[in-house]
Design a protein around this ligand. Structure first.
Ligand code: ADP
Ligand code: ASP
Ligand code: MG
Length: 825
């Protein structure tokens, strides 16, 4: 044991590649170390190679083995070190350090020369070459710290950490290592130790490495050997986060994790900490704290044995971007004892690391996730082991899928919770992510899923939303149509976005806009305040097909397509959209009033892909009509009869065609006030009204076509046939006696005239009615729409919905409300 007084309060501080990647970063390191020294702490510092250097050395080796000249690349590494020395060391001390580095560079040059001459590099040689990354950086940094913080001693861990000969990822001989590290520490107990991360050596003294990212592990090995009070890992993020912040913008820092949680997260790709790091620390119960060199104020993520049982259900979601799935299947496998044993031993012998295993319950197939670099070895091993079975046809050729990723959700609390896997898969399903295989760790601490690589970002983000109840849900909105309603919608979204986010927990990310000629995309969000300028400046040419193609290719979670057009072509695209797991919100009524078959299929597809299809504004604009019918049906009511005036024009005309007025005059006034289409016959023909009745009929379960809505014509034949609008008015004036007679008859009976849509179980029609004073429509005024619903519950006193049924403001507001409904699911 170490004398307690010497190493009391020993802390290990490990600085990763990004923390020592530039002179500025190293300056922060110097400050952090000074601060710790100032607190009277005894320190062991562990550093990585300067950021990117390990990668460059690997690349150099490959190039040299192909005979390429790599002098330039080596020179670039030298230059980076030189630059740091020039920036951080007083002039009179620079020569000594440069000389030390020159020594290493000479060795490196010699090694690379050998590789070029041989035309190959063994794993052993690769380890040797890679070790220079840490040797160079740590040698240099020990001098920096020596000048700025206090006396240091440079510790080349090749002499202290002993491993087996598994080059590339060697296994540590703990007993021997502990002794060597302690002896070294004892010998230099009054110094700040600066240990090289990542590198070690085997029994013959050959250089070995601890696996990529292995400097974290070095820190834990040193920490365990010296019985440190804590191991600090200084990196470039605010600790361990709920997901990789590079992929998931909404990721947030975790305060605490258990060793096992951290291990599972890092095993499944969270590279912020290297998986084996947890083992030595856990064995001695030394807390690991992940700190941010670039944000020293961040208090750190603590990894210890303490679980936070009342914390959130899961701790994090991690991923491995590149994996390959091998599926072995065949009748020969059923019930064969020892089959999986043979399979896994053969892979282990071939050095293939199996990341995940799932077996179909039929025992007919086993799927294994491995790293793509192991495909060849794995295949060979399997063919070798099961040669006879293949020959006899008992096993099929292994199926290789090399475009896969794994994601894993991890957390101690998962084992106490039911239904978690369900939540996971429904979140993925809703975003249209196909899950190819799943596995639950035997510890019940993780559930992992194999998915297609192209879905990775989408899957991670939607899972993160679902799992962390991140109170805010992002909708990725593609807005088609920027006329009156479309642009009003965008204006409303802009002024409501804060409210939506704070009170409704919905964030609108406008990912795309198009009209019939142009389109604009920005997955990061087109600013709502300046969408029009952006659209005009940066919009590209394109049609609805390209727009939808590109929107689908973006593959964003919670995507919603908003159809603010009246176009049949756009309406015809809904099935495609659903097929890409994109919800549709439409004020366009063509989609739901076209052939019944299309209406039905759209609804089915939306359900099948787990997305939404809302079109409240297709009838009565912002009035809550379709929703209300749906609520009545859901609650078990039966709809007996609907009466409705669903056209503002028609409402206005009959509300004003009273007493001394003439019909044509009222129509003219309606037109002058902007209540009609340019040709008023488009309203008076009743087609639009009939479409709305049709939609209502379908909503209450009737499979109607447009021809099933019987429209009693309002206008005489001659009016309809008139060639121009003026000619139409002339004909309408001629028809005045006809209308006048109707009006008189109604007045004589104390009634009012209205053109009313009527829907029952057996009929759907629009006809001219004379309504008595007790009728709910009797007192209608202005251009309001009105609808009365008679049901089993609202039998003698029907439910009435009334209000403006047109206009950009109310329609856009209804579309907005539908959007928020998508988010609510
Ligand atoms: P270092 O150079 O300090 O060793 P690494 O690059 O190895 O740093 O690890 C830090 C990186 O790990 C971060 O920049 C981040 O992108 C990534 N990372 C992946 N998953 C996570 C996670 N769950 N939490 C934090 N960082 C993560
Ligand atoms: N330099 C090595 C790597 O990049 C070890 C480390 O930084 O942890 O993986
Ligand atoms: Mg690292």
């Amino acid at each position: 044991m170490l004398p307690a007084d010497i190493f009391e309060k020993m802390k290990v501080l490990k600085f990763g590649g990004s923390s020592v990647g530039t002179p500025e970063a190293i300056e922060s390191v110097i400050k952090i170390v000074s601060h710790a020294i100032g607190n009277g702490e005894a320190l062991a510092v562990v550093c990585s190679a300067m950021q990117g250097v390990t990668g460059t050395l690997t690349d150099l080796t490959a190039r040299a083995s192909r005979g390429e000249d790599v002098a330039d690349r080596v020179a670039a590494i030298r230059e980076r070190h030189r630059e740091a020395i020039a920036a951080l060391l007083e002039a009179d001390q620079q020569a000594e350090v440069l000389e030390g580095l020159a020594h290493y560079f000479a060795e490196l040059d010699e090694l690379l020369g050998g590789v070029r001459a041989l035309g190959e590099a063994s794993l052993r040689t690769k380890d040797r070459i890679m070790s220079y990354g840490e040797l160079l950086s740590c040698f240099m940094i020990s001098h920096f710290l020596n000048q700025h913080c206090g006396k240091t001693v440079f510790a080349d861990t090749r002499a202290l950490i002993k491993t087996d000969s598994n080059h590339g990822r060697a296994n540590v001989d703990e007993t021997l290592t502990n002794k060597l590290v302690r002896d070294f520490a004892r010998e230099h107990h009054d110094r700040i130790y600066v240990f090289t991360g990542f590198i070690a050596s085997n029994g013959h003294g050959d250089t070995t490495t601890l696996g990529l990212g292995g400097s974290d592990y070095t820190a834990a090995i040193i920490g365990a050997a010296l019985d440190a009070t804590e191991i600090q890992i200084w990196s470039d993020v605010d600790g361990i986060m709920t997901a990789d912040p590079r992929l998931v913008k909404k990721a947030f820092s975790l305060k605490r994790l258990t060793y096992v949680e951290a291990m599972e997260l890092s095993y499944f790709g969270a590279k912020v900490i290297h998986p084996p790091t947890m083992l030595p620390a856990q064995a001695r119960n030394i807390p690991i704290i992940i700190m941010n060199t670039f944000n020293p104020g961040f208090e750190g993520t603590v990894i210890s044995s303490e679980a936070t049982l009342n914390g959130s259900l899961i701790k994090g979601i991690s991923y491995i971007r590149e994996i390959c799935l091998i599926t072995v299947q065949g009748g020969g496998m059923v019930g064969q004892k020892g089959f999986s044993g043979r399979l896994f031993s053969s892979l282990a012998r071939a050095g293939v690391n199996v990341i995940l295993i799932t077996q179909a319950s039929s025992e007919h197939s086993i799927s294994l996730a491995i790293s793509p670099s192991d495909i060849r070895s794995a295949e060979n091993a399997i063919y070798e082991e099961f040669r006879t079975d293949f020959l006899l046809g008992q096993l099929d050729k292994p199926l290789i899928e090399d475009h896969m990723s794994i994601l894993a959700v991890v957390g101690e609390n998962m084992r106490h919770t039911r239904g978690l896997a369900g939540r996971l898969f429904s979140a993925l399903g809703r975003s249209g992510v196909n899950v190819v295989a799943i596995a639950q760790g035997s510890s019940e601490l993780n559930v992992s899923a194999v998915i297609d690589r192209q879905d990775l970002a989408k899957a991670m983000n939607s899972l993160h939303d679902a799992m962390f109840l991140s109170p805010v849900k992002t909708l990725n909105v593609f807005c088609c149509g920027i006329g009156n309603i479309g642009s009003t919608l965008l204006t409303q979204l802009e002024s409501h976005q804060d409210y939506l986010e704070e009170a409704r927990h919905v964030r609108i990310n406008l990912a795309g806009i198009c009209n019939s000629k142009r389109m604009l995309f920005d997955a990061g969000g087109i600013p709502l305040a300046s969408w029009r300028e952006q659209f005009n400046e940066k919009g590209e040419q394109g049609d609805i097909h390209t727009f939808i193609e590109r929107a689908s290719a973006l593959n964003l979670p919670n995507s919603v397509f908003v159809d603010n057009t009246g176009s049949p072509v756009v309406a015809g695209m809904y099935p495609d959209l659903f097929g890409h797991s994109i919800s549709v919100v439409a004020c366009n009524k063509i989609g739901v009033s076209g052939p019944f078959e299309r209406y039905h299929r759209s609804k089915e597809l939306a359900a099948q892909y787990g997305v939404d299809f809302w079109y409240e504004t297709s009838v009565g604009a912002g009035l809550p009509i379709i929703k209300t019918l749906d609520d009545l049906l859901i609650s078990g009511d039966r709809i007996i009869r609907i009466e409705a005036i669903l056209s503002g024009t028609i409402s206005f005309i009959f509300n004003n065609y009273r007493d001394g007025r003439d019909f044509a005059g009222v129509v003219r006034e309606a037109q002058a006030r902007g209540f009609t289409e340019p040709d008023p016959r488009d309203d008076l023909s009743g087609l639009d009204f009939a479409r709305k009745m049709l939609i209502l009929g379908r909503e209450i379960g009737r499979d109607l076509e447009i021809d099933d809505v019987a429209v009693q014509p309002l206008l005489p034949e001659a009016c309809l046939k008139a060639a121009t609008v003026d000619a139409f008015y002339a004909e309408l004036e001629k028809a005045e006696p006809h209308f006048e007679a109707l009006k008189r008859r109604a007045a004589a009976a104390q009634k009012v005239l209205h053109w009313v849509g009527i829907l029952t179980d057996v009929e759907a029609r629009i006809e001219l009615c004379m309504l008595e004073p007790s009728h709910p429509f009797y007192n209608l005024t202005g251009s309001d729409n009105i609808l009365s619903i008679t049901t089993n519950r609202y039998l003698y006193n029907p439910m009435v919905i009334k209000g403006p049924g047109a206009g950009a403001e109310v329609t856009a507001a209804g579309v907005l409300a539908d959007l928020v409904r998508v988010a609510a699911k």
